[in-house]
Design a protein around this ligand. Sequence first.
Ligand code: ADP
Ligand code: MG
Length: 156
Amino acid sequence: MDTIRIQLNNLLDTEKLGRFLGETAGPGETICLDGDLGAGKTTLVQAIARGLEVPENCYVTSPSFAILHEYEGRIPMYHMDFYRLQDVGEVLDLGFEEYFYQRGLTVIEWSKRALEILPEERLTLELLQDGDERRIAIIQATTLFQKRVQNILEEF
Ligand code: ADP
Ligand code: MG
């Protein structure tokens, strides 16, 4: 799996990245987001939603209590947050893996907490805080996402 590292200098960079990820996302794809609280995962998901044409008035919040929020856009976005997950079995009990290969894009915050059940084809971004507004994104792409990662590299 290829790993790249890019620098996001401010909120605008994060929004640009998220929008690109949303615009280029296809049905049944999975994007995994990791990194500490406040790293910018939910912020990135909000931009992904804009790229997917989820209406502007549809406010995207972290689903840490509900664990899953669903939004209608060009294709649906299934936003999951595994922060409060006790164990992987819970994801299976809730039937979340059934969303993975449907017609929407699945975006998962704290994906590492359920590594065992993630789809093999996935784009993983780990966000690291590097100052007030600067973030480092460590991006890992399986085959399906490699071309997109090339495009990201050219832009950042
Ligand atoms: P997480 O979901 O990882 O806990 P949030 O997206 O909820 O993080 O919070 C990130 C916070 O950091 C927000 O208040 C956001 O405005 C701020 N922030 C500042 N700069 C950036 C950036 N470059 N990218 C993402 N968030 C940023
Ligand atoms: Mg969050």
